[in-house]
Design a protein around this ligand. Structure first.
Ligand code: ARG
Length: 577
């Protein structure tokens, strides 16, 4: 059964157009521009009139006449220059909505041609605190992965850990200096020590050429897997990964694969061989490169360096090699990458080089670049005292905001301090995540520290609240869901909105755009609110009340599915001050 209301309605139009010998290219409805007079409109008569040099109203009238005999439409009219407007009958809406209520997926479509997809997101770096950009990649990527999975593809999330480049050599070189060699008591190397070492190494590397050279050598030795270097690295990589996992856990972000750049080392060697065999690489100043520029390029396309003159591999090489591993190991059909949009050129280069190497024929690649998170001053987001806003700061700031809206444990009965803190955490994470995914992801956004955790407005807490509110409505009545009896305007609007879930899922899947889900969910919560204000459940006669309960429960199911797709948890009950 198709839950696409558009398809059902368009089919009707197509039949009519065929009968009238009109071009079926124009046989489709869109949501009405005037919801006050109709549910859907078809503008086909206007386009046809232009081509056939006829009066659009006349064509509109002939189409309308055919639609009128269909009982699924309660109202058909031709308006303005020739718009054909239709409103669905209550019977039709009752039947359609009843089917949505009975569907496990609340009307969401599934693919008939499942694919193997890997989503590459997160991209944290060993020994470096996660910053707001990493948050975006993790949060958006998790949602994109869930949307793909829900649509029916086989999908794996891969973290693509930054664990093999020069920064690793810098840390080792700095430790070597601090401890006068590599005989380092490993228990001293905790996350704090690692991140302060990395910071100090970074500063030193900028002003001290000698140190830079040491770091370069350490990187080369590490990449050659010299035991003293490799073992030390293995230790601090683990310390770092354990910490990163904890943070991802608190964000409900989960990966299937924990491949790092280091895991692509052997495949990188293969890539070098393939490039030579296929004659696509060449030497340039001692480095092995692949030239990518073409005559008709509209912008400069720099070559990729596969192997530096010192034998080291680059960020490009590991990405290309990882593609080979994903093809060989997982037979991927598609790879989706989530990073800051400033990495767009990097991925373009990787994709062109991959094509030249011929290592992933028929694989589709998509890089999704997201915008920067700014503060209200338009500059990159900082803490209140001007420090770097890392993820842990952000979470604790969000919790502080949420606590302001919640009662304390001794202000409410039946809740322990732990219960309240658990609620604070779930709401705080929802506030951060929803704020991140409520806008088109390619645009920069301003982190609105004043409103992001409000219980009103387009926020995560509001979405969670909408679900908890339906639960509390249900607690007030003994009645259960029943047959649909739609008649009031606000009931019709809610039913039409619920029917649109299908479109939202398809569009979010096609565009890999979580904001389509957040938009839909927010719109649905608002439509439900207007419905509930206008249409009482408690005061209505029983069969109407039961029909309204069905609408409320379907709304709840769709809201929950939307939050699941956004990777946001919800609560049965929500307290408010
Ligand atoms: N570690 C990188 C960074 O922090 C992001 C990795 C993105 N993924 C990839 N396959 N290159 O910028």
């Amino acid at each position: 059964m198709s839950f696409s209301l558009n398809n059902i309605l368009n089919k009707k139009l197509e039949n009519i157009f065929t009968k009238l010998e009109l071009d079926t290219k124009f046989a489709y409805f869109k949501a009405s521009d005037r919801p006050d007079i109709s549910d859907f409109q078809c503008n086909g008569a206007l386009a046809l009139a232009k081509i056939e040099k006829k009066n659009p109203r006349q064509i509109g009238e002939t189409i309308a006449k055919e639609l009128e005999v269909d009982n699924d439409f309660a109202k058909v009219s031709v308006d303005g220059p020739g718009f054909v407007n239709v409103s669905l009958s209550n019977d039709f809406l009752n039947n359609f909505t009843a089917k949505l209520c009975n569907d496990d997926r609340a009307g969401a479509p599934t693919t008939t041609t499942p694919k193997n997809i890997i989503v590459d997101y997160g991209g944290p770096n060993v020994a470096k605190a996660l910053h707001v950009g990493h948050l975006r990649s993790a949060v958006i990527g998790e949602s994109v992965k869930r949307i793909i999975k829900f649509y029916g593809d086989k999908v794996l999330g891969d973290v693509h850990l930054g664990d093999w480049g020069t920064p690793m050599g810098m840390i080792i070189a700095k430790l070597e200096e601090d401890y006068n060699g590599l005989n380092i008591p490993l228990e001293e190397l905790d996350v704090e020590k690692l991140s302060s070492t990395y910071k100090a190494a970074n500063i030193k590397g900028k002003e001290d050429e000698g140190f830079k050279e040491k770091a370069r050598l350490a990187t080369a030795k590490l990449q050659n897997k010299e035991p003293a270097y490799y073992d030390l690295w293995k230790h601090f990589r683990k310390v770092s990964v354990d910490d990163i996992k904890k943070i991802y856990d608190s964000l409900d972000v989960e990966f299937d694969l924990w491949w790092g750049e280091a895991d692509a080392h052997d495949a990188s060697k293969e890539i070098v061989t393939i490039s030579k065999d296929k004659n696509v690489s060449e030497l340039s100043d001692g480095a092995l490169i692949i030239k990518l520029a073409k005559d008709n390029d509209k912008k400069p396309m720099p070559p990729v360096i596969l192997e530096k003159s010192d034998g080291g591999f680059t960020y490009h090489t590991t990405d290309i090699a990882t593609i080979k591993m994903r093809v060989d190991g997982y037979n991927v059909d598609e790879v989706v990458y989530l990073t800051d949009k400033r990495q767009a050129l990097h991925f373009e280069q990787v994709f062109i080089a991959t094509e030249k190497l011929g290592i992933a024929p028929n694989v589709k690649f998509k890089h999704i670049g997201f915008g920067t998170v700014n503060g209200t001053d338009g500059k990159p987001f900082k803490t209140r005292d001007g420090g770097v806003m890392n993820l842990e700061n952000l979470i604790s700031m969000s919790k502080d905001e949420v606590r302001k809206s919640l009662p304390t444990a001794n202000e409410v009965e039946g809740y322990s301090e732990e219960d309240i803190e658990d609620m604070v955490s779930k709401i705080a994470i929802a506030a951060i995540k929803f704020q991140d995914m409520r806008n088109n992801i390619s645009s920069d956004y301003i982190f609105d520290t004043d409103n992001f955790a409000n219980f009103e407005g387009k926020t995560g807490p509001y979405m969670q609240y909408a679900i908890a509110r339906i639960n509390s409505i249900m607690k007030k009545t003994e009645l259960t869901a029943g047959d649909m009896h739609i008649s009031e305007n606000e009931e019709r609007k809610l039913a039409l909105k619920l029917a649109d879930f299908h479109n939202a899922i398809i569009k979010a899947y096609e565009d890999k755009e979580p904001s389509i889900i957040s938009d839909y969910a927010y719109g649905l919560a608002q439509t439900f609110s207007s419905f509930y204000n206008a249409c009482s459940i408690m005061k209505a006669e029983e069969k109407i009340a039961k029909s309204r309960i069905s609408l409320a429960l379907l709304t709840k199911k769709q809201l929950q599915l939307c939050l699941d797709l956004l990777g946001i948890s919800y609560l049965d009950e929500m307290l408010k001050k």
